[in-house]
Design a binder for this molecule. Structure first.
Ligand code: ATP
Ligand code: MG
Length: 720
């Protein structure tokens, strides 16, 4: 491909950025303006026009899915494979580095990555060991304390307690936790970054090797980098490396997790020669969607400020649907999705976004009922499901006997008569002797310290692990998993469960073997099983996976949607106290971050955007009657079409248009939203009424069977 055709699909400003001189460059621009496209073309341009070898490039994306897509696009642009280039997330890249240099990083070769649930469990165990009460020392808060300090590059010895007894205790817990991880070869997500940073900082020859290798460093979604990621990049760039950075301060949505949008300004100070390009044309969304998103984000005070425009004229109005409750919200989405499909459009074009993972349950239920295939990105991710984690725990323990979280997870799964008391005794022994649970078990067996039955069960368990380890050695990765499932008794344990859930567990296990069969490690010389286990932990970290983007409706949190785009987007739960979230309301910076999240959500839509709020919502087991989100009111009324009569008034201007539906026109005693009882279908809520006189039809959403149309004359509904 020649250079002119590489630059042809770009506008003037984009071209300027792609072909910017070989120094540091920053592209600062709004949503959908082509930042990711520019970054991808820059890589192709470096290789094609500047003759730079792919092995000299390192590109950082925000999700694993993003990494896969970027590689594919570049390969398509250049029509040649670029395997030698490192592309991945910060976690993925640092993990790769630590696997190669485990010795210098002072890690055991078989070190294992802890996901956040494992980390949480481990913290609870550390609290127990220290005889600290969980009610007083919340494991979640401690998890946050540890991770946020690691994200700033701080080890326990670097933190000042300021003569505060609380802080002193937290530091002590962090210390103990870290000792524990070090003893057992465990690395949490934040540790990946910190360890990789220390690896380079403490090993000058290694750093200089990588500085010479990665002469060009490219980073997408830079606004969400944290302090340690920034420090890592600074080390790598050194005096010679060229940074190419793209970002948007209006899309900084991970401040709560330690991301520092200030890094953008920091960059211009630390690299004063940096060139800056601003992109202002949006290619993704209709004019209406863009105007609405711009109006919302304009309410934030802390902005660098940009002016986004599109060549598109008009577009469909933003549709606001006021649902009765969360089931009606989901029903509405199902109905619109079916209509979309009926027009021959792809299901994968539809994204349903929500603020909190817990909102997906009802959506899933209704989609299942309507037989609409969907895929969740986020929530209980595939690799986090219990059956998958059980299987992994066997594999982990087989690789590394001192993996305590794995041991504790499966010592009695499937049940083999090892009770909580026995486990507590093992823990006590391990704590006293500062050894792993596995080693403590061995000692307890040798010293015959436990009751006969428990001892026998533990002995059998250890034998089982030893035997499977030997038995699977020569087999391929999927065969290893299959054999482990069989010999451990896990498979027959799940097979006994004939319920739908049991069935889906078996399907998931099949899917796991499938995933193993398709797995290709980045570093070919690594142990395949270790590499696979680490890959699955990292995949489940960022809410998106690189697989499974086929024709399913896409469900995900607003956070997980960053960088993506869809022709049709539903944002659900647009309610005060849910979005913006209750926590964010305590401080202005929190509210601004929520508003940026709303901006991210809205700008995912290309053509159609639905914002939904409900009058009543049941979430986390309690009911509420929330007000519509302030973000809806921040959209000028002329850009909105309401699908139910509204009672609120937009902040900026009065409502000047009529609602699209008027459901109470039929002159009956029945009204939408009313609860009714049918002699056969039971209780439900009225969703819709149609027609006049004897021909009135009524749609009721029954608790048992879902929505159904009935003739009002024959249905004999009772108002309840
Ligand atoms: P976000 O801020 O959401 O990450 P972005 O700035 O990275 O967005 P891209 O995803 O690169 O934007 O581009 C948005 C859409 O616009 C994509 O579909 C892309 O292919 C398209 N696009 C970008 N630039 C052009 C162009 N010059 N001509 C046509 N389409 C373009
Ligand atoms: Mg992008």
């Amino acid at each position: 491909m020649d250079i002119s055709s590489l630059l042809a699909p770009l506008n003037q400003a984009q071209r300027k950025a792609v072909a910017a001189p070989l120094g540091h460059h920053l592209v600062l621009a709004g949503a959908g303006s082509g930042k990711t496209r520019v970054l991808t073309h820059r890589i192709a341009w470096l290789i094609q026009s500047q003759g730079i070898s792919p092995s000299n490039l390192l590109a950082v994306t925000f999700t694993n899915k993003g990494a896969g897509e970027m590689k594919e696009r570049i390969e398509n642009l250049l029509a040649t494979p670029i395997n030698a280039m490192w592309v991945g997330t910060f976690h993925g890249l640092t993990h790769r580095l630590l696997r190669i240099h485990w010795q210098e990083a002072q890690l055991p070769q078989a070190f294992q990555v802890l996901d956040s649930e494992d980390q949480y469990r481990l913290i609870r165990q550390v609290l127990q060991n220290l005889n600290l009460d969980e009610d007083r020392w919340s494991p979640r808060k401690i998890q946050w304390f540890i991770n946020s300090h690691k994200d700033k590059g701080l080890r326990p010895q670097h933190i000042e307690d300021g003569d505060n007894a609380n802080t002193w205790q937290m530091i002590r817990i962090y210390h103990n936790y870290q000792d524990y991880c070090n003893r057992n070869g465990l690395v949490d997500f934040a540790e990946l970054l910190l360890r990789a940073y220390e690896l380079w900082r403490n090993h000058a020859p290694l750093l200089s090797h990588y500085q010479n290798r990665f002469t060009h460093i490219l980073i997408d979604e830079f606004q969400d980098t944290n302090a340690i990621q920034y420090a890592w990049l600074q080390l790598l760039a050194g005096d010679k490396g060229a940074l190419f950075i793209v970002g948007d301060d209006d899309q900084a949505i991970y401040g709560w997790r330690g991301a520092r949008v200030e890094n953008i300004q920091q960059l211009t100070q630390d690299f004063p020669t940096i060139g800056i390009t601003r992109l202002e044309q949006n290619y993704r969304s209709t004019q209406i969607i863009l105007a609405a998103a711009n109006a919302v984000i304009a309410h934030n005070a802390e902005r660098l400020g940009k002016n986004l425009w599109t060549q598109d004229q008009g577009g469909e109005l933003i549709q606001i649907y006021r649902a009765f409750d969360e089931r009606d919200e989901a029903r509405f989405i199902v109905e619109r999705s079916l209509a979309w499909q009926a027009q021959g459009r792809a299901r994968a074009d539809i994204a349903v976004l929500y603020r909190s993972n817990a909102q997906s349950r009802v959506l899933e239920e209704m989609l299942l009922q309507a037989r609409i295939p969907y895929r969740i990105h986020g929530g209980l991710r595939f690799f986090e499901r219990a059956e998958i984690k059980d299987t992994f725990a066997y594999l982990r323990l087989m690789i590394h006997r001192d993996n305590d979280p794995a041991f504790a997870r499966i010592v009695n799964t499937p049940p083999r008569g090892i009770g909580d008391r026995t486990l507590a005794q093992i823990r006590e022994k391990a704590q006293q002797a500062q050894i792993s649970l596995w080693q403590a078990t061995t000692q307890l067996i040798i010293t015959r310290y436990l009751p006969q039955r428990a001892m026998h069960a533990l002995y059998e368990f250890q034998q089982l692990i030893e035997n499977i380890t030997i038995a699977i050695e020569e087999f391929s990765l999927p065969q290893k998993i299959e054999l482990t499932l069989n010999r451990s008794g896990l498979l027959s344990h799940y097979q006994k469960d004939s319920s739908e859930r049991g069935q889906s567990r078996l399907e998931n296990l099949k899917e796991l073997m499938n995933a193993a069969a398709q797995f290709k490690p980045e570093e070919p010389h690594l142990n395949l099983l270790s590499a696979f286990l680490a890959h699955t932990t990292l995949e489940s970290d960022d809410n998106t996976s690189s697989e499974g983007w086929e024709d399913c409706v896409q469900l995900m949190t607003l956070h997980a949607a960053k960088g993506l785009e869809f022709p049709l987007v539903f944002i659900t739960g647009m309610e005060e106290g849910l979005f913006p979230s209750p926590k964010s309301l305590d401080e202005p910076t929190g509210l601004e971050e929520e508003r940026r999240l709303c901006y991210v959500g809205m700008t995912r839509a290309r053509n159609h955007l639905y914002l939904i709020h409900a009058d009543q919502r049941r979430l986390y087991g309690s009911n509420s009657c929330p007000k519509p989100s302030r973000f809806i009111r921040e959209i000028p009324a002329k850009l909105i079409c309401e699908l139910r009569p509204q009672t609120y008034t937009p902040i900026n201007s009065p409502i000047t248009h009529k609602p699209e539906w008027n459901l109470v026109a039929n002159n009956t005693d029945f009204q939408f939203g009313q609860r009714v009882r049918h002699h056969k279908f039971g209780e439900g809520t009225i969703l819709d009424l149609e027609g006049e006189g004897d021909a009135i039809k009524i749609q009721v959403n029954f608790n048992q069977i879902g929505p159904k149309w009935l003739s009002l004359t024959y249905a004999k509904l009772q108002i309840i």
